[in-house]
Design a protein. Structure first.
Lengths: 500, 102
């Protein structure tokens, strides 16, 4: 071997992390740009849109690359494995990661557009807020695209710590501060619980790489698997916190009520995408053989989330608290798909994709009605909205009906998918609970729609939102209807999304 | 003479972690609660180091560095939030933060 061959630089699979590089570097450049040139808000908006579109283009390139992996012949496989697992198996380029990025970037774009008025009102802090949003998006997509538990933890922290700051970014408002400290304290406890689960899994199995763990646990007969089982349970609990599943949901209503209205839709959706992406990866890649052990745990959390979320949401007088509790219920519905194991992956992704779009849209309407920098949105301020701003009332109704799972909306297809998978996996009781919970949930969505259409208008003037907000809300409502009528394309895209 | 095996360290870490978690539940001062989170993270570090040594691989030792960095980042954000609240209220007790009812 000659010296030159020894010194050949290793080929680095940059394409596998290109969207995250774009998001991270973009966030840094926006901060520098802001300090140096004091740009107008419209220029900041343009820069952020440019970053998101560039990241999106790289994700399409990745999608194309994954297609070639999947259609590769056997003699090409060894060559392609290195490309699919760059960075010493820390990152994986598969359809699961690519679908996670698509969902995350869509939600980020919609969320920023719907809450743009918040960034206009933040003044000099607008660029910081935008940079934090981009960084947290990068963190959560890393959670979807790693097979290493330490990397998943780092992605989780990059995303979560950015969200703690975003929750308190309107610090003039006491409620925003309060939301930030509550989110921070409970969120860091959840992170500690998760990383303790990682440590115990490592102690029990000897590896932190999910693929290696799978290999080890599948050919080892554990005489005392307690350490490993506690580790799995703690990781599930930690992720349960992040996706606001009951009984770990207590932070969600306070945070989603107190955090600034313009960003709360993004916060809620991003944490759900990241948390479920990591949960799918950990449970389905590393522990498919332990499904009989973690299945009942996840099913219990799912049942409790659905029942508690739906019933408590009924008695809320604040629309943002109601949406937070409905988010708890939806975390339960998505977990119903998770208990089905690897077979449920595509249904879980489909549900996540359509629900997060509805959630971002719904919080966008709330921000347009109650103010983008506000804390809280009483249901009274929605009275007679159909007579004041018909556009907002109509889009909100479509999005709420979509969340309730009415046929001909995307929510119905999503619920049908996860329920079918859970039923086939033998969790009939869970599906019955889920159907009951959906019926209860229908009432509180209906309560808001009744207030908007059948009650006398209150005097509060609501301005017609700006063009970016209107586009974003209309797009969210349109996606809800179009996917409900024609779910085929998204179903096939989500159908490909399975972790390696 | 009792030999101190990895199990002892894991048990000690579990105890420390439980003390931290209990502290979060019973203490009402935001700073103390925050210190309890740090205690939990250090229990995690002890688990990583003990497991890494028992297994004879370096991954556990390296993991500690990552956890430390994350803990430092959390300190930066957490203390900033606590200071912002203290300036307004002259108190770091979470009981007074009750305008949002969970």
């Amino acid at each position: 071997m000659t010296f030159a061959q020894v010194l050949t630089p290793p080929s680095v699979g940059w394409i596998a992390i290109a969207p995250e590089i774009v998001l991270g570097v973009g966030a840094a450049l926006i901060l520098l740009f802001d300090v140096q040139f004091k740009p107008k808000k419209s220029q900041l908006a343009f820069a952020t849109a440019l970053v998101l579109v560039t990241a999106f283009v790289f994700t399409i390139v990745q999608y194309d690359r994954v297609q070639t992996f999947n259609s590769a012949t056997t003699d090409q496989v060894t060559d392609l494995v290195a490309q699919a697992f760059p960075f010493n198996l820390m990152i994986v380029l598969d359809s699961n990661a690519v679908f996670g990025r698509f969902a995350m970037l869509l939600v980020t774009g919609l969320g920023l557009a719907a809450g743009w008025r918040l960034f206009e009102r933040l003044g000099a802090r607008a660029a910081e807020g935008l940079a934090l949003v981009l960084l947290s998006a990068a963190g959560f997509t890393f959670m979807a695209s790693s097979t290493h538990l330490m990397m998943i933890f780092l992605g989780l922290e990059v995303g979560s710590i950015s969200l703690y700051v975003l929750a308190g970014i309107t610090r003039e408002q006491p409620r925003s501060e309060e939301a930030a400290i509550k989110y921070f304290l409970l969120g860091s406890v959840a992170s500690a619980v998760f990383i303790y689960g990682v440590a115990l899994t490592y102690a029990g199995s000897g590896s932190m790489n999910l693929l290696e763990i799978q290999g080890i646990v599948s050919r080892t007969v554990f005489t005392r698997p307690a350490v490993l089982l506690i580790g799995i349970a703690l990781m599930v609990v930690g992720m349960g916190f992040k996706v606001s599943a009951a009984p770990f949901h207590s932070w969600a209503p306070d945070v989603y009520q107190g955090a600034p209205g313009g960003i709360v839709g993004y916060m809620a959706s991003a944490a759900k995408i990241g948390g479920f992406a990591a949960l799918i990866r950990i449970l389905f890649t590393a522990f498919p053989d332990f499904a009989s052990t973690w299945g009942p745990l996840v099913a219990g959390i799912a049942a409790l989330s659905m029942l508690l979320g739906s019933t408590v949401a009924l008695v809320q007088d604040d629309v943002r608290r109601m949406l937070a509790y409905s988010g708890v219920a939806h975390a339960g519905f998505i977990l119903t798909g998770v208990v089905a194991g690897g077979a449920g992956t595509s249904e879980v992704w489909f549900y996540l994709g359509v629900y997060t779009v509805q959630l971002v849209g719904a919080f966008g309407v709330v921000a347009a009605v109650a103010g983008a920098a506000s804390s809280g949105a009483s249901i009274d301020s929605f009275r007679g909205l159909s007579k004041r701003v018909p556009f907002l009332a109509a889009t909100f109704s479509v999005l709420l009906l979509g969340m309730s799972g009415l046929p001909l909306t995307s929510g119905f297809v999503a619920k049908f998918g996860v329920f079918t998978e859970a039923w086939q996996a033998g969790y009939e009781w869970l599906v019955i609970v889920a159907v009951l919970a959906s019926v209860i949930a229908f009432f509180f969505y209906l309560r808001v729609i009744v207030a908007m259409y059948m009650e006398e208008p209150v005097d509060e003037a609501v301005a017609m939102p700006g063009l970016s907000v209107r586009t974003s809300l209309a797009l969210a409502a349109l996606i809800t209807i179009v996917i409900g009528v024609l779910p085929g394309p998204l179903l096939s895209l989500a159908g490909e999304a399975s972790p390696l | 003479m009792i030999e101190v095996t990895a199990g002892w360290y894991l048990s000690l870490a579990a105890v420390l972690f439980s003390i931290g978690l209990l502290g979060i539940l019973v203490r009402r001062n935001a700073l103390i609660m925050f210190m309890c989170v740090e205690l939990m993270l250090n229990a995690v570090n002890l688990t990583f180091v003990a497991a890494g040594r028992a297994l004879g691989n370096l991954e556990g030792q390296v993991a500690v560095f990552f956890v430390l960095v994350v803990a430092a980042a959390e300190v930066v954000v957490g203390l900033a939030i606590i200071v912002a609240i203290f300036r307004r209220r002259e108190s770091a007790s979470v009981d007074e933060l009750a305008s949002l009812r969970g």
